[in-house]
Design a protein around this ligand. Structure first.
Ligand code: ADP
Ligand code: ADP
Length: 224
């Protein structure tokens, strides 16, 4: 039941070899942490897996389909329906309330305003975030903002959530809360997570750790 698979990816930016030989399999509902030093290729691997960056060589398959074989349009539709994203910070639209931010992916998928707002509110309620629904991102704490970002990543019911250093801008207590929320909410929905982090205590929330070094995935995988 492999959902997402990268095979022997290579990617260079000019003379910089970001990925040299990166391979990874993610099963449905699995939480995989990509670990490794800064500049080792973790984000590039995540962007290739999510169909944002096209590798120079190698293949990415999602649900059996080669991402390179899809049109740009089909790839971006896939990102909107099947994938969710959480970044380090700054992904919430500052002019919108937290509820409007959470409802936004549904609006972009063509959902009517009332339905989108209803579902956004229901999710905020489930995630115990209703008290910030009417506030703008600038009016909530960093921890609250990242938890709202988690809600926004999950609102479309994705099968994979890509999280690139989701706790990077938080202190350790808020980081733990965000990881707790992200992993428990994803597990309830059987969504897989591909998590990029360099912090062991964040990676500890994963089922499996894969080490990336010099653009290569190391095939010793720590499995919990
Ligand atoms: P990590 O996420 O492990 O810190 P990255 O995947 O961000 O590593 O980067 C891997 C290497 O590729 C680094 O040397 C980085 O500077 C380079 N790189 C990444 N993205 C770009 C880009 N858009 N243009 C040029 N170089 C890049
Ligand atoms: P937490 O991040 O765990 O919610 P905080 O102590 O950071 O706890 O926040 C407590 C209260 O202060 C929250 O209601 C939050 O909205 C508010 N708050 C915290 N930081 C900011 C900030 N930078 N701007 C506006 N409100 C904030």
């Amino acid at each position: 039941d492999v959902l997402l698979e990268a095979a022997d990816l290579r990617k260079a930016y000019g003379p910089t070899e970001a990925l040299a030989a990166a391979s990874l399999r993610v099963r449905a509902g699995e939480v995989v942490a990509l670990m490794g030093p800064s500049g080792s290729g973790k984000s590039t691997l995540l962007h290739c897996l999510a169909g944002i960056v096209r590798p120079d060589a190698g293949t990415v398959r999602y649900d059996g389909a080669d991402l390179a074989g899809l049109s740009d349009r089909a790839r971006s539709a896939l990102r909107r329906t099947d994938f969710g994203f959480v970044f380090q910070f700054g992904q919430l639209v500052p002019e919108l309330t937290c509820l409007e931010n959470v409802a936004l992916p549904l609006r972009l998928n063509g959902e009517r305003r009332r339905v989108a707002a209803q579902r956004g509110r229901q999710l905020l309620d489930e995630l115990d975030l209703l008290d910030v629904a009417g506030r703008r991102p600038g009016e909530v704490s960093g921890g609250q903002g990242q938890r709202v970002a988690v809600a926004r990543a999950l609102v479309t019911g994705p099968r994979v959530v890509f999280a690139d250093e989701p706790t990077g801008a938080l202190d350790s207590l808020n980081g733990e809360q965000v990881m707790q929320l992200l992993t428990s909410a994803a597990r309830e929905r059987n969504a897989a997570i591909v998590l990029v982090t360099h912090e062991a205590r964040v990676a500890a929330y994963s089922d499996r750790e894969v080490v990336v070094r010099d653009g290569r995935t190391r095939q010793f995988e720590v499995t919990r």
